[in-house]
Write a protein that binds this ligand. Structure first.
Ligand SMILES: [Zn+2]
Length: 397
């Protein structure tokens, strides 16, 4: 394949986002119809197999367009391309795009709506695959993954609005590119880090209805600004502020009480942390400059009485009092050890016992709470107003 830096630059110019130029407070001036979103659905593949019926394939590096009639499988050997052009590749390069007259294209055995793009991965000798799809088709598939396609429509509608806002925020602010430090070829990834999208078969009657009936609706803050919307599986009694979990302030959030998720999912969880592991955690927190103490203070660790309602841990190291945000403990021990940020710590003979409730970070909408409220007959607007009391609904398209 012929390949030049100039070509790469041209490709970058043409890979714009549908909301390019959108600044959070400027949404009012937009008229968007049928918005699209680019989702990274797979990464670090050595070989990419895309198949479908009546495929159209573009090789961007030499502007080669080709149509195939009937069933066809196209194979891209990313390893050989990236190896050959190793010295020339300084940033991700869009290699190919594939679409089908049927609107469906398969990556391996998984069927997706929209177009698939093959992009070189920033990691050595591999490719990422990006799905470009109508935003609402993406939302409908996502509802089955982030919630459950059989859940009541009003709960799914609340999730559709939150997920749509999240996706539009990522796209409008180009947050992925900013965090990577170069122009990425996608708006967000399909993963628990962002939000989990679904394939073509993930959509159900309920997810389609929920998406259609909320089409264009997003949340903005009372001041009219577009900010990130968060949601999680189960809060366990109360939701948290973004600033207490991630330290960055996000406008419009308030912690709310949620007695609704109590009867859903796992009742509670417990974990044990040995004193040695807790000491390691304290040393890590010191290295990261969250706390300071002298090494000899670690000989005598005393924990003040803790409760589920407290967002911080109060500890004495010797005579030195320390206050630690609970999410910092979860960040260190990981989400598999600490299912949520809603826990209390109890001193035991051999260390500490963690007694927690809920699942996930605890910020924004509690999904099992939304399920319970929908079962009680609440509509999606009322559910959203409960979990996002500092936000309002607008129709963007
Ligand atoms: Zn809850």
């Amino acid at each position: 394949m012929v390949f030049s830096k100039r070509m790469v630059f041209i490709l970058f110019l043409f890979w714009g986002t549908s909301y390019a130029g959108l600044r959070p407070s400027k949404y009012r001036h937009l008229s968007i119809s049928n918005p699209k979103i680019k989702v990274r659905i797979s990464d670090n593949l050595e070989k990419v197999n895309i198949s479908g019926t009546d495929l159209k394939r573009t090789l961007h590096v030499n502007s080669n367009h080709k149509k195939f009639s009937g069933r066809k499988r196209i194979r891209f050997n990313c390893q050989s391309f990236t190896k050959k052009n190793k010295d020339k590749i300084t940033r991700p390069v869009l290699l190919a795009s594939v679409s089908s007259a049927t609107g469906l294209v398969s990556l391996g055995k998984v069927k997706y709506q929209g177009r698939l793009h093959v992009v070189t991965s920033p990691k050595d000798e591999s490719c990422d695959v990006v799905q470009e799809v109508n935003l609402d088709s993406y939302i409908s598939g996502l509802l089955s993954k982030e919630m459950n396609g059989a859940w009541p429509v009003e709960a799914l509608k609340a999730q559709a609005v939150a997920a749509r806002t999240y996706a539009i925020y990522k796209q409008a602010t180009q947050q992925v590119s900013k965090s990577l430090g170069y122009q990425a070829y996608y708006d967000l990834e399909s993963s628990e880090k962002h939000q989990v999208g679904g394939d073509f078969f993930a959509t159900t009657l309920n997810t389609d209805v929920a998406t259609k009936e909320t089409s264009g609706y997003i949340l903005v803050t009372d001041k009219g600004n577009l900010t990130e919307t968060f949601f999680h599986a189960k809060c366990g009694g109360k939701t948290l502020m973004p600033s207490s979990v991630w330290e960055n302030k996000v406008e419009g959030y308030k912690g709310v009480s949620c007695p609704f998720c109590n009867t859903h999912g796992k009742k509670n969880w417990t974990e044990k942390i040995t004193t040695a592991k807790f000491v390691k955690f304290l040393k890590w927190a010191k290295r990261k400059k969250h706390i300071s103490f002298r090494s000899k203070d670690l000989r005598n660790i005393r924990l003040m009485k803790d409760s589920l309602n407290a967002n911080t841990l109060k500890i004495y190291l010797g005579s030195k009092p320390l206050v630690l945000k609970k999410p910092l403990v979860r960040r260190y021990f990981g989400r598999f050890t600490m299912a949520s940020n809603n826990f209390k710590l109890v001193r035991t003979n051999r260390g500490f016992q963690v007694e927690g409730r809920g699942l996930g970070h605890g910020v924004g909408m509690c999904q099992l709470g939304a399920l319970d409220l929908a079962d009680r007959g609440w509509g999606f607007k009322k559910i959203l107003a409960h979990y996002f009391p500092g936000h309002k609904l607008i129709k963007l398209y």
